[in-house]
Design a binder for this molecule. Structure first.
Ligand code: ADP
Ligand code: MG
Length: 601
């Protein structure tokens, strides 16, 4: 029985575990570590997760959900075709897919999971994350803050006591945390960020510049073409990580356009974004009353930290402080793997204590004399207070003969209650008396697992009422939904591999320039014909070949290192021929000969 850790990201998710005392990342069914956090429903109502679903963002946007992590803990519903899902259900599919991969990889059952969430996630979002785990059939033992996991990984890997600034720059969010690591403590001391800033913004800027280059109005292209444009922009951005300049070619309305981008050009385009990065960093430092010079090292996490521009900008801001940077998009998972090790006490991992702060203010609503219809939010536990913590405050009745006091449990940084998030409510009766004579003591206790306990005690009568905010994780409804979701079938591995190839070919067809299109279409036809014949061996061979083919046409995708396998030397025996098939046509040893082969440089 194993414990696994999962970095359930907005853009990508990945799992880690401990095997023979070592932290290992869990490869997914396609052999890569990152599984896109994308869910799609196909024509037969089957749930697709990850790579396949990501391809369907272009081909079937109306059946595909992404970035749903942003909506965790809200009532938002995603409609995919005829089905409707909550954000936690969508997340449960991603989790289920990773659990399945972990089972296959580790060769044992998964007993429980540790999942990371952003430090600023409030209670409802944490509860929703736990429920997603339950819906996927695995109890979530602990919720760990992403920066704690990132800092822990860096701390364990470098072994040095440090005040870290964890800079986690993903697809759509920037999370910054100041984390103090000393002895066996990993303590978050301040958090700040921007949950509308990430790699996606660079994609958008590149796409817009591309349109400007060619005098095309955004309104002149359709939704699907825009999706293709954005994908090409992302590829161009990723290419700029290892090469400068990089070319971007997109076919729009049957015409093919090319632009050249350099890092310098990207820097000019994204001045605004860098300003926002600086703001977030400044807020995190100020929140803990630190100066940049006090930070010992910057830990870079998240896929967007792979951008040379981002690295040099951060380095420049911190005046040459050491930067800890290695496979930033896997860092949080590595930290979670370490946590799994601590929990199962296996191997060499030391016992670390993860200390946290409350990343937001918790308080209650109080009377506003100037405008009784617009009550104030009065803080009880302030943002950045060390956890676990317990704070109490006394509140008095505001009107004569008041017989009931209603305590709202609020979370947020806004001065008026209406703008903050309501987590719950407690009502207690009080004896009738003149205003201000009766009072209640309100105590909030918040612990490291994100559980808030609110206690209200009436001073005169001693009546006490208590409410646990996170206590929403059980119940019949949940059971029912678990069995419903389990009934939805996830793809078996082989079929999933075939499907992802088909989706990739279809997406490539849409993106490709006209002369490549023909080749792509031929390969697609061949593959579909093979599938129809159900000749497993040939399917397998052709699948390998297609993987190579796609790999060559997507040279600038750094995640696809799994596709580095050698091409099959022998061609499959030619027993039958298929319409449109070009694979079995012999043109020398190089199966890439002809258009497919000579197309790329
Ligand atoms: P999240 O935490 O949002 O789930 P990740 O940490 O996986 O996401 O980061 C995803 C983002 O990283 C995407 O915007 C992607 O384009 C970007 N990214 C990944 N690799 C690179 C690279 N080599 N260069 C630039 N950006 C990259
Ligand atoms: Mg992330």
């Amino acid at each position: 029985m194993a414990i696994i850790g999962i970095d359930l990201g907005t853009t990508n998710s990945l799992g880690a575990a401990v095997r023979d005392g070592e932290v290992v990342l869990i490869p997914n069914r396609f052999g890569s570590y990152l599984t896109p956090s994308v869910v799609s429903v196909d024509g037969e109502g089957t749930i697709e997760v990850g790579e396949i679903a990501k391809e369907r963002m272009v081909t079937h946007p109306e059946y595909t959900a992404f970035s749903f992590k942003r909506d965790m803990g809200t009532e938002k519903k995603w409609k995919l075709g005829r089905r409707t899902f909550t954000p936690e259900e969508l997340s449960s599919f991603v989790l289920r897919s990773i659990f399945d991969d972990a089972r296959a990889f580790l060769g044992e059952e998964i007993e429980e999971a540790v999942i990371s969430v952003p430090a600023y996630f409030h209670d409802k979002q944490r509860v929703a994350t736990k429920r997603a785990g339950l819906l996927a059939g695995i109890p979530v033992k602990r919720i760990i803050n992403e920066p704690s996991a990132a800092a822990l990984a860096s701390y364990v890997e470098t072994g040095e006591e440090k005040l870290y600034c964890v800079f986690d720059f993903g697809g759509g969010t920037l999370d910054i945390s100041i984390v103090d690591c000393f002895d066996t403590m990993v303590e978050i001391v301040s958090v700040a960020g921007n949950n509308r800033l990430g790699g996606d913004d660079f994609n958008r800027l590149i796409a817009e510049a591309f349109l400007r280059d060619h005098g095309i109005k955004k309104s002149a292209i359709g939704r699907r073409e825009f999706a293709i444009l954005i994908r090409a922009a992302e590829k161009c951005k990723i290419a700029l990580t290892d090469q400068d300049p990089a070319e971007m070619t997109v076919t729009l309305n049957d015409r093919t356009f090319t632009s050249t981008f350099t890092n310098e050009r990207l820097m000019e385009l994204s001045g605004d974004l860098f300003g926002k990065i600086k703001d977030a960093l400044a807020r995190a430092l100020k929140g803990g009353s630190f100066r940049a010079s006090e930070i010992d090292a910057i830990v870079m996490a998240g896929g967007s930290s792979r951008m040379p521009l981002v690295q040099s900008f951060v380095q420049h801001l911190f005046g040459g402080k050491p930067i800890i940077l290695s496979n930033p998009d896997e860092l949080i998972a590595r930290g979670l793997g370490t946590v799994c090790g601590i929990m199962s006490r296996s191997g060499e991992v030391k016992d670390y204590v993860m200390a946290d702060i409350c990343p937001f203010t918790l308080g209650t609503q109080t009377h506003n004399k100037a405008d009784s219809s617009n009550p104030f939010m009065t803080p009880i536990i302030s943002r950045n207070t060390a956890l676990p913590c317990s704070r109490s405050q006394r509140f008095f009745t505001s009107s004569d003969n008041q017989s009931l006091v209603s305590i709202q449990i609020l979370q947020g940084e806004h001065p008026y209650a209406k703008d903050d998030l309501k987590l719950g409510e407690i009502e207690v009766p009080v004896p009738k008396a003149p205003a201000g004579k009766e009072s209640v003591d309100v105590r909030f206790t918040y612990d490291i697992d994100g559980i808030l306990i609110a206690d209200v005690k009436v001073t005169s009568t001693g009546l006490a009422v208590s409410k646990v905010i996170s206590d929403e994780v059980t119940g019949e409804q949940l059971e029912k939904r678990i069995s419903e979701l389990n009934a939805l079938k996830l793809e078996p591995k082989e079929e999933a591999e075939n499907k992802v190839l088909i989706e990739k070919l279809e997406a490539l067809f849409e993106e490709a320039e006209p002369d490549l299109r023909e080749t792509v279409q031929n390969r697609l036809k061949t593959f579909l014909a093979l599938l129809e014949k159900q000749n497993e061996r040939k399917i397998r061979k052709y699948r390998e070949y297609l993987v190579q083919f796609l790999d060559r046409t997507e040279l600038d995708d750094p995640f696809d290192s799994i596709f580095d396998t050698e091409l099959p030397e022998e061609e499959p025996e030619e027993e039958e021929t298929w319409g449109g098939a070009d694979f079995f046509r012999s043109d020398g040893n190089d199966p890439f000969g002809g258009k497919g082969g000579s197309w790329m440089s």
